[in-house]
Design a protein around this ligand. Structure first.
Ligand code: NAD
Length: 487
């Protein structure tokens, strides 16, 4: 490794792993490039089985101390990490934008404040997490949330620090120790998080960051006998490999996976609202697991909806995500761009019509695209593209709308746009989805359960659901005083 640091937009980032409270190099590196212009932004330590095992060993060694740390002290350290995130918010925002290409204004105003909130929320929730006591024939049942042990957290590139801290914060709050494996296409903010956590006083080994390719170090982490929990956000094929690897030891898994979510527009909807919500699905260049990429529009308003959509989409500005005026940035990686274009070109060859976009632009930019004339069983309707590509299908009535909406192997989210509250109630009751939004999109609260149905995931995160996952729940039954007297 030439130098263990890189400087990104004036911010120094250590490119080594963070293991047991120390920076650790690897013999090899991998190259991290910026999606904005393809420039090399770092040579990152490429973890091997040795570093992965060392990270688990460090997490194991640190576990007894952190698990025994009083809740109030754990909560204090988590708030100190949140303070550190807020102090370095601008640095985190510019580094993340350079690394993954999402809009700088979103990172500044939405994402990074939420990263800090993740720590504050789970710190506060920990203190409210009460023991449940109840009685059975005079005996006391005492239900407790015991720390489970070292956790392996594996995260994707589309919202790197946001998704990582959504796991790191509740795991640390629960008293667990962590090995975080960030995605190889956007590893930098995980390294900054390690610095921030150390400065906040998190003891050595409680949080470890090991970088590298999932295909090279994933198995060591997910099959390790000392790992008590695996939480993964990413694609279905990777989840299948992780589940197979974890199966030998039945290590509990939380899986937040892909989606192909529907956005249903009924004729009684406010059409301008429906169009706004539909165009919003291009956010982060479509690299959003929750995106409602299948527009399902009642046939009587489909022509007018399409006209207004095309009009609004034409006004979107695509370009450098550091520019405040930009609406849509680049695609994360040339390989992802290839994948997106492959989906679109195959759909066009199969008879789809691009009413918006349908092609690449210069560099790593893909034109926002809307495809019509697509069949329900076609690849473009059934498979997650993870790019700025939407499809539009029409429906005649509620039954058909629900049938199309539920007609994939996914079940992450759904959005319903209607002016009729009774219809909203009827339709949402029939949708298979972890989250349903009515006349809104992306409103999220950490108190709510979050996760996917069907192949969109296993388990739920948020509030007590996160603690249920990261803890060993225990029920202790104690006999009443003087029980011997009663024989
Ligand atoms: P991916 O599955 O390719 O990679 C995710 C992570 O898994 C990376 O860190 C990668 O290095 C690691 N990995 C790869 N092979 C591994 C293995 N064999 N063992 C262990 N780890 C391994 O996913 P991606 O392309 O980074 O992310 C995009 C996907 O993530 C999309 O499907 C998207 O819908 C999904 N996603 C879901 C949510 C959600 O909350 N449901 C949120 C964001 C993204």
């Amino acid at each position: 490794m030439s130098t263990p640091f890189t400087t990104v937009a004036g911010v120094t980032v250590d490119t080594r792993h963070w293991i047991g409270g120390e920076r650790v190099a690897s013999a090899g590196t991998f190259t991290d490039t910026s999606p904005i212009d393809g420039a090399v932004i770092g040579e990152i330590a490429r973890g091997t089985e040795a570093e992965a095992a060392a990270a688990v060993a460090a997490a194991k060694a640190a576990f007894p101390g952190w698990a025994a740390t009083p809740r109030a002290e754990r909560a204090r350290v988590l708030h100190a990490i949140a303070d550190g995130v807020e102090k370095r918010l601008e640095e985190l925002a510019v580094v993340e934008t350079t690394d993954n290409g999402a809009l700088l204004r979103s990172h500044r105003r939405g994402v990074m404040p939420r990263v800090a909130h993740n720590f504050r929320f789970f710190a506060d929730w920990l203190l409210r997490l009460d023991h449940e006591d109840f009685e059975t024939r005079g005996h006391t049942n005492h239900v407790s949330w015991d720390p489970a042990g070292p956790c392996v957290l594996i995260t994707p590139w589309n919202a790197p620090l946001m998704l990582a801290t959504w796991k790191v914060a509740p795991a640390l709050a629960a008293g667990d120790t962590v090995v975080l494996k960030p995605a190889e296409w956007s590893p930098l903010t995980a390294s900054l998080l390690a610095d921030i956590a150390a400065e906040a006083g998190l003891p050595a080994g409680v949080l470890n960051v090991v970088q590298g390719y999932g295909s090279e170090i994933g198995d060591v982490l997910t099959s390790h006998p000392d790992v008590r929990r695996i939480s993964f956000t990413g694609s279905v094929p990777t989840a299948q490999r992780i589940a197979a690897s974890a199966a030998a030891r039945l290590t509990p898994l939380s899986l937040e996976l892909g989606g192909k979510s529907p956005l249903l527009v009924f004729a009684d909807a406010d059409l301008d609202l429906a169009v706004d919500l539909a165009v919003e699905q291009y956010d982060n260049a479509g690299q959003v697991c929750l995106a409602g990429t299948r527009l399902l529009v009642e046939e009587t308003v489909a022509a007018e909806f399409t006209r207004r959509f095309v009009d609004k989409a034409a006004r979107l500005r695509q370009g450098d995500p550091r520019d405040e005026a930009t609406d849509i940035g680049p695609t994360i990686h040339p390989r992802q761009l290839e994948k997106i274009d492959g989906f679109v070109q195959r759909a066009l060859a199969a008879g789809a019509r691009a009413v918006v976009g349908g092609h690449r632009r210069d560099g790593q930019y893909y034109a926002p695209t809307l495809l019509t004339d697509v069949a329900q069983d076609s690849e473009i309707v059934q498979e997650e593209v993870f790019g700025p590509v939407l499809t539009l299908q029409t429906f005649a009535d509620e039954d058909e709308a629900v049938r199309l909406a539920n007609g994939t192997r996914f079940g992450l989210a759904a959005t319903v746009v209607t002016g009729d509250p009774a219809r909203a109630e009827r339709v949402t009751a029939r949708l298979v989805a972890g989250t349903v939004w009515v006349n809104c999109f992306f409103v999220r609260d950490l108190q709510a359960p979050f996760g996917g149905s069907r192949q969109s995931g296993v388990g739920r995160e948020g509030g007590t659901w996160s603690f249920d996952f990261y803890c060993d729940l225990k029920n202790t039954v104690t006999a009443p005083k003087g029980w011997q007297d009663h024989g």
